[in-house]
Structure formats: C-alpha cells, structure tokens
Design a protein around this ligand. Sequence first.
Ligand code: FMN
Length: 232
Amino acid sequence: MIRPKRFGTQVALRVSKRDAREASGEPMFLDTRNYGSTWRDIYRLAISIVQPRPIALVSTLSVDAVKSLAPFSFYNMVSANPPMLMFAPAHHCDPAADHCLHNIEAVKEFVVATVTERIAEAANRCSFDHPPNVDGFAASTLTPAPARLVRPSLVAESPVNIECTLVDIKRFGKHPGAGTVVFGQIAAIHVSDGVLADDGAVDPGKLKAVGHVGRSAFARTIDRFDLPRPPF
Ligand SMILES: Cc1cc2nc3c(=O)[nH]c(=O)nc-3n(C[C@H](O)[C@H](O)[C@H](O)COP(=O)(O)O)c2cc1C
C-alpha cells in the first residue's frame, strides 16, 4: 500500500489523509497538475499503475560507430498502416548520458529486440548510466548481428528484432526526467522460426516475452486466457 506521506509536501499535491480516507472507503486521490519537484514520486506511482509494459531492447549506433543497447518499457506499437512503433527515453541528469537518443538523432535508425525470459538479465545489465565509449552489447554480454536495412545491430539472442527508421521525435523538455517520444517506421521484422505459430503470428507461449511491472519487478507471459471479440 502506498502511503500518502511518501509524496512531496507541496500544497498543490492534495493527498487525502490516509486514515480518514480508509475509514470512508475513498480511494487515494492525488492532484498532479502542479507537480513541481514531486515528479519522481508521480513517476514511481505511475509506473506501478501503467503495467505490465512490454520492453524494447533498443540497439543504436553512434557516429563514432560505438554500439549502444538499453531497455525501455515506455514502448508500444502506435500505427499499423504505416507500421510504426514508439519508445520514450527520458533525459538523464547528465545530458551527455542520453546515448540512445543522441545516436538516433544522428544516425536516424535503430533496432528494437524483444526481451524474453532468456535475455531479461542481460537486458537489465545494460540499463546503467555509462560514458559514451561503452559498447552496450559487451556490457550486456549479448551478441550483435548485422541488420539488413539499417546500420545498428540486431540482438542475436532475441527471437524478434525490428529494424526501424526514425520518423519523428516529440520532446517534453530537456530537463532530467523529461521524456522524448521516438517514433520509428518499421522497415523490417526478423522472427526466429522457433517462436512462430502455424498462422504466421508469434506464439506467446514460445516467445516467452517479459514485461516490466515497476521498480525491479518483471512479469512473465506464461499465464494467458482467450476472450473472443464480441460480434459488431
Ligand atoms: C526494464 C527497464 C525498463 C526501462 N525503461 C525505460 C524507459 O522506458 N525510459 C527510460 O528513459 N529509461 C528506461 N530504463 C532505463 C534505461 O535503460 C537507462 O536509463 C539507460 O541508460 C538508457 O540508455 P541510454 O543511456 O543509452 O540513454 C529502463 C530500465 C529497465 C531495466
């Protein structure tokens, strides 16, 4: 249970008193309009709410040909026609540490690999702040493989790699924590035969993708159920 007192003291954030609230059965209420310095608290709460999130393991290349690799769970498909996806790297406290974003701005290409149970630990290993000359593949112990249409590498150990070209970047500021949404057009998709279903889609039971559920918690996708779409 999240305790309201963990949130900032700014008057603008109106957190109901927990005891009174619990007695009345009222849910916690947080007015986040004037969030100010409490953005980290809101972030912690929000990422525990918006979950499970798929994880993009994003491979980029610097202008000096240094390979970068990092996981991002602010990630999703956003358009089928044209086929487009997005992910959102936030600015670090040191802007020089925003390697993935700098690389994409310069090279305008990236690869998104799916994070599966098998490579979850390796993907987590490359999520640290590092100087620009660090090879993200070496840090993660994952293996780069050549892409067909773009310069950044595929992740050989991932059964799914998506080659993307940069379409647009939407910024929400340049300060620490400010997200930047990167939109990429899907130029090519690689799928290992081992995870394909008979209908040509990926079988989630074979893929074993993992999701992010906040802080250091991850979720498996082994427990699923079907809900047929209602007739129109
Ligand atoms: C599972 C997981 C999900 C993450 N998701 C994000 C995200 O959506 N946005 C973000 O800015 N950082 C995210 N991070 C942290 C980044 O991986 C980390 O800041 C990394 O250094 C970013 O790469 P860069 O230094 O090349 O910018 C995540 C880390 C983990 C372990």
